[in-house]
Design a protein around this ligand. Sequence first.
Ligand code: 5GP
Length: 197
Amino acid sequence: MAGGKLIVFSAPSGSGKTTIVRYLLEREELNLKFSVSATSRAARGEEKDGEDYYFIDLKNFKQHIKSGDFLEWEEVYRDNFYGTLKAEVERIWALGKNVIFDIDVVGGLRIKKKFPKKTLAVFVKPPSIDELKIRLKKRKTESEERINMRIAKASVELATAPQFDYIIKNDDLDTALLEAKQLVSNFIANNDLSEEE
Ligand code: 5GP
């Protein structure tokens, strides 16, 4: 695989990373395209197949694992699989664009490990676990049980933050957006891809 750069944003769910990723996608000068992940979970609310995710059933997902079609995959929650298809990254590179990922911490770090030089791995840190809970409740898309599951996972995820290239603290959204834009812009401007696989 060869091509553009890889920008990974990982964070506990509810930390605001999706908002940051959307903002970056609108900055045309960054030449980014969103990597649409595959998932075995059902679509929520307004989510569209092929835009938010490629929604595929569990059997199909497992078949893709067997065939080695994923760059990385993860059973993020029990029976809810998520993964990045190699074909998705190749498709974006073929368009001459950089890829931006909104994925979980394990997947994010896996991509960084596979492409250490061309990946910028950013961790978005929520102000606190309590604040995270408030945000997830406000979203009103999931049951109490699901929210608690996400909170439990968030504590584990927070511990991985030091393994990322950068940590953005999302206490104030406007500041976080500017910081993210600057980081990505600098990384893309730096063309040192020597020694890259
Ligand atoms: P949600 O169900 O809220 O859309 O996503 C649940 C979690 O799965 C989030 O932390 C999200 O970042 C993560 N996720 C989404 N796509 C991928 C992927 O392709 N790979 C991995 N490892 N995690 C993903």
